[in-house]
Design a binder for this molecule. Structure first.
Ligand code: ATP
Length: 573
C-alpha cells in the first residue's frame, strides 16, 4: 500500500492535467453513448415514418456526437500521453540521479541484468500508471453515475439493475481477476529479470561457459526461464479472455434485464418504444469504460512490484556523499594517510589495518604486496568509492571527504588493470576525460600515449568493450585519457598487469614519461623498474610491513626481497 501511495505521489504534480484528461475521457465515452442513442432514436423514429423534419434533431445529434467523439478521443490521448512521457522522463532522471552516487559500493549487490531490467521494463511498466491504473476507474465511475441518473429518470428499478450490473463489471470481475492472476504479473517480471541476467552472462562469459562445458546447462537455465515466463503469459492471456467474455456477458445480461424491467412500462405510458430503444443502446455502450478495469488490477500488481524494485534503488543510501559546502581542491597537494583502516561490509577481517604514509607533491611511490594484501582498497578509498572505517586521507591538509567527490576524481587520474572502453568511437572514448578537448588535443594525447597511428582513426568504432583493440592499445587509450584529464596526482593500479612482457615495458616507459612532475602512486604486485620510486611501501594482510627505497628493501631479508627474488627467479627460469 505504501508503495502505491508513493507511486501516486509521483503523478501528483500533474493532477490538473490528469483531471482534465479524465474529464475528456468521460466526455469521449459520453459522446459514444450519445452517438448510439441518437442513432437508435433515428432508426426507431424512422420506423414510424414521420416527416423528414422530425428526424433533423437526431441527425444533428449523430453528426455532433460522431465528430465530438473523434476529436475528444484525440485530445484525451494527447494529454494522457503527455502525462505518461512526463512521468517517464521524471522516473528515468530520478533513477539515473539515484544510481550514480551508489556506484560502485552499493551497486555491487545488484546484478547488471537486474539493474537493466529495472531501468527498462520496471520504468516502462510504471510510465503507464496514469493511463492503465488511475484513469480507467475514474472514467467508469463518471459514466456509471451518468447512466444511473439517465435510466433512473425512466425507471428506478431499471436504474438499480444497471447499477448491479455495473458493480459486477466494475468490482466483481476485477476482484475475480485479481484472485486468479495473483502473482502472475510479478512472476512474469521475475522471469524476465532472470532472463536478462542469464542473457548478459551468456554474452559476457560465453568463452568461459564453453571452456568449462557449462554452455548446455546455461542454455537449459535460459530455456527454463523462458518456458516459466511463457506458462505465466499463457495463464495471463486466458484470464484476459475470461474477463473480456464475462464483461461482454454482463453487458448483454444488463440489456436483457433492462428490457425486462422497461417493457411493462410501455403499457403504463412511462416509457415509449423510441425511448426503450435509446435507453437499451445507451446501457450497452456504457459498458465500454468497464472493459479495461480487470486489466487495471493486473497492472496494479505489476506496478506495485516495479515500484518496490525502483524504490529499493531510490532509497538506498550512497556509501559516500558530497559535503554541503565542499572545499576547492588545493594547489598544494601533499598526501597524508593516517591510521587508515577499512573493513568491507559483511567481511570479518580488515582489508586495511591502520596504515600511515605521506607523499610529497611530485614524489613517486609504489605500494607493493601479494595478492589480497589490500592494495586496490587504497585506490577505492582515495577515489571515495568507500569511506574509511577509521583514520583519514588528507590532501593539502584537508580530509578528502571535504572535497566534492567529482572534483576529487578530476584531480586524481586513475589507470587501472582493466580499462573500460565504451562501444563508441575513439574520439568519444577520449572525450570522457576531456569533454572540451579539440581534435588537435586528442591527437597530441594519442601520440604521447604511443598511439600515433590512431590519430587518423578518431572516428573509428572501438567495438563492444573495446574488442577491436589489443590489450596494450586499450591501456594506451587509458594513458591518453590521463593526459587529457591533466590531473596533478596519478594512481596506477596494476596498470600493466594484463600485458605481455614487451608491451608491458613499452607502456611502463610511456607511463614514466607522462608522470614526470606529477605525484604518482603505483600499486602493483609485479616488482619491475622499482629503482625509480622515491619510496616503496610493502603491504601484507592490510598492514605496512616494510618501507624504503629498492636498495634498502633488498638489503633486508624481508617480504620485499622474497617477492623480488621469487619473481626474478621465475622469470629467469
Ligand atoms: P590483488 O593484487 O589481487 O588485486 P589487492 O592487494 O589489491 O589484491 P584488495 O583488492 O585490496 O587486494 O583486497 C583486499 C582484501 O579485501 C581481500 O581479502 C579481498 O578479498 C577483500 N575485498 C576486496 N574487495 C572486496 C569487496 N568488494 N567486498 C568484500 N571484500 C573485498
Amino acid at each position: 500500500m505504501k508503495t502505491l501511495l508513493r507511486l501516486t505521489a509521483l503523478v501528483k504534480p500533474y493532477f490538473w492535467w490528469m483531471a482534465l484528461a479524465a474529464l475528456i475521457g468521460f466526455a469521449t465515452t459520453g459522446s459514444g453513448i450519445g452517438l448510439l442513442m441518437t442513432s437508435g432514436y433515428i432508426i426507431a423514429k424512422a420506423a414510424l415514418q414521420p416527416p423528414l423534419g422530425a428526424l433533423q434533431l437526431g441527425i444533428a445529434g449523430v453528426r455532433m456526437f460522431g465528430i465530438a467523439r473523434g476529436a475528444l478521443r484525440y485530445a484525451e490521448r494527447l494529454i494522457s500521453h503527455n502525462i505518461t512521457f512526463k512521468i517517464l522522463a521524471k522516473l528515468r532522471l530520478w533513477f539515473y540521479d539515484a544510481i550514480e552516487p551508489l556506484a560502485p559500493a552499493r551497486l555491487m549487490h545488484f546484478k547488471s541484468g537486474d539493474l537493466l531490467q529495472r531501468i527498462v521494463d520496471d520504468i516502462q511498466s510504471l510510465e503507464n500508471i496514469y493511463t492503465r491504473v488511475l484513469a480507467p476507474p475514474l472514467t467508469a465511475l463518471l459514466v456509471g453515475l451518468l447512466m444511473w441518473f439517465l435510466v433512473g429518470v425512466y425507471s428506478l428499478q431499471a436504474a438499480l439493475i444497471v447499477l448491479t450490473f455495473h458493480l459486477l463489471a466494475g468490482i466483481g470481475i476485477p476482484l475475480l481477476t485479481m484472485q486468479l492472476s495473483r502473482g502472475v504479473s510479478k512472476g512474469i517480471m521475475q522471469h524476465k529479470t532472470e532472463q536478462q541476467i542469464l542473457a548478459l552472462d551468456l554474452f559476457q562469459g560465453i568463452g568461459e561457459l564453453q571452456l568449462y562445458g557449462k554452455l548446455p546447462a546455461h542454455l537449459t537455465a535460459m530455456r527454463t526461464a523462458e518456458s516459466g515466463k511463457l506458462r505465466l503469459e499463457r495463464k495471463n492471456a486466458m484470464i484476459d479472455g475470461l474477463h473480456d467474455s464475462l464483461t461482454g456477458l454482463l453487458m448483454n445480461g444488463a440489456v436483457i434485464a433492462v428490457l425486462w424491467a422497461l417493457i411493462p412500462c410501455i403499457s403504463t405510458g412511462q416509457v415509449n418504444g423510441i425511448s426503450l430503444t435509446v435507453i437499451t443502446l445507451a446501457v450497452m455502450a456504457s459498458f465500454e469504460p468497464f472493459l479495461p478495469l480487470p486489466g487495471t488490477v493486473k497492472h496494479l500488481e505489476a506496478d506495485k512490484h516495479a515500484g518496490e524494485r525502483l524504490f529499493e534503488i531510490l532509497d538506498a543510501k550512497p556509501e559516500t556523499s558530497a559535503p554541503a559546502s565542499p572545499l576547492a581542491f588545493p594547489r598544494e597537494h601533499t598526501i597524508q594517510v593516517e591510521r587508515l583502516s577499512f573493513t568491507y561490509p559483511g567481511s570479518r577481517s580488515k582489508a586495511l589495518d591502520s596504515i600511515s604514509f605521506k607523499v610529497l607533491p611530485g614524489e613517486h611511490i609504489a605500494i607493493v604486496g601479494p595478492s589480497g594484501a589490500g592494495k586496490s582498497t587504497i585506490t577505492n578509498l582515495f577515489m571515495r568509492f568507500w569511506n574509511p572505517s577509521e583514520g583519514s586521507i588528507s590532501i593539502g591538509g584537508n580530509n578528502i571527504s571535504l572535497f566534492d567527490p567529482e572534483e576529487l576524481r578530476r584531480n586524481i587520474a586513475l589507470v587501472s588493470q582493466r580499462t573500460y572502453l565504451f562501444a563508441e568511437t575513439i574520439r568519444e572514448n577520449l572525450r570522457l576525460a576531456g569533454p572540451n578537448a579539440t581534435d588537435e588535443e586528442l591527437k597530441r594525447a594519442l601520440t604521447a600515449a604511443g598511439l600515433g597511428h590512431f590519430t587518423s582513426k578518431l572516428d573509428e568504432w572501438t567495438g563492444q568493450h573495446g574488442m577491436k583493440l589489443s590489450g596494450g592499445e586499450r591501456q594506451r587509450i587509458a594513458i591518453a585519457r590521463v593526459l587529457l584529464q591533466k590531473a596533478p596526482i596519478m594512481i596506477l593500479d596494476e596498470a600493466t598487469a594484463n600485458l605481455d612482457g614487451v608491451t608491458e615495458s613499452e607502456v611502463t616507459q610511456t607511463l614514466q614519461a607522462i608522470s614526470a612532475g606529477k605525484t604518482l602512486i603505483t600499486i602493483t604486485h609485479r616488482l619491475k623498474a622499482m629503482e625509480q620510486y622515491n619510496r616503496i611501501l610493502v603491504l601484507e594482510k592490510g598492514k605496512i610491513v616494510e618501507q624504503g627505497v629498492h636498495s634498502e628493501l633488498m638489503a633486508r631479508d624481508g617480504l620485499y626481497r622474497r617477492m623480488w627474488e621469487l619473481q626474478h627467479v621465475v622469470e629467469v627460469g
